[in-house]
Design a protein. Structure first.
Length: 270
């Protein structure tokens, strides 16, 4: 879900591609443009990015978000997202950019893995399913285009380790697309709902405390096996958080509410 951007006064025009479309691209330290894409660039982080990066850095989600991100908004949904906080003193570079390139390369965000491919999703109402599309974005700063071996988008995604990220992010993307499909008549989302979305999507350690140490378990029926898994497994916690958001925001009933209890909005969010 990347947007068309501009470089200087020239718009970057995307070329739409499919999974089996072919292209040539390489990113090599010998190129003069090496790491330029790591500077003065907006990188929106997905939930899978946060889990992978904060685990690698051995940080709590709240601490990671505070140190390495700034607030952003996913246009046109108005949903809050974290954006990588650039280091202004270092030519507005990514905080993880080192002398030899990315210092967390094995755990880099999905947007960096896809580059120079942009990916997007839309909801196809005819088949009631989400469909993916891709685009090649050729920026003037990048000289890696038309170099290297020919490959398909499918092969590129596999080589860059994209698929596990897309799979993990899938329930979150569903929520974003549903919010987007509601249109402009629901533009004013209340602040508490936005906080709820952000916590469940990104600040998973706070969401874990929310589930275990608030009246949450008095309001929702949660199996003991699920409780045990979310105590120690971030991915299981995230999947449960997405089920809870779909229940709370869209009434999908994926997390059952106990009978004769206060509504969910009465639970305090950290």
């Amino acid at each position: 879900m990347q947007q068309e951007t501009t470089s200087g006064n020239q718009p970057i025009v995307p070329i739409q591609l499919e999974l089996d479309s072919t292209f040539c691209f390489t990113c090599d330290k010998e190129l003069v443009c090496f790491t330029r894409c790591c500077k003065k660039n907006e990188i929106i982080l997905t939930p899978a990015d946060i889990i992978r990066m904060k685990q690698h850095l051995n940080m709590l989600s709240h601490d990671f978000l505070r140190e390495y991100t700034i607030p952003g908004t996913l246009v046109p949904t108005e949903l809050p997202v974290p954006v990588i906080k650039l280091v202004e003193e270092k030519d507005s570079s990514c905080p993880f950019l080192g002398d030899d390139g990315c210092s967390i390369y094995e755990h880099r965000p999905v947007a960096c893995r896809y580059y120079p491919i942009a990916s997007g999703l839309y909801h196809n109402k005819d088949i009631q399913n989400n469909e993916t599309f891709f685009a090649m974005i050729k920026e003037p700063i990048c000289q890696g285009h038309d170099l290297g071996d020919e490959m398909t988008i499918r092969q590129w995604r596999e080589s860059q380790g994209v698929e596990p990220y897309d799979e993990m992010n899938s329930p979150w993307v569903d929520i974003v697309l549903k919010r987007k499909s509601m249109g402009p008549f629901l533009t004013n989302i209340n602040e508490k709902t936005l906080q709820m979305f952000f916590m469940a999507s990104y600040d998973l350690d706070a969401f874990r405390r929310f589930v275990l140490f608030s009246p949450f378990l008095e309001i929702y029926e949660v199996e003991d096996e699920i409780i045990d898994s979310i105590k120690k497994d971030d991915v299981a916690l995230f999947n449960f958080a997405m089920d809870w958001l779909k229940t709370t925001l869209f009434g999908e009933g994926l997390v059952k509410i106990r009978e004769q209890v206060a509504p969910a909005e009465n639970i305090e969010v950290d």
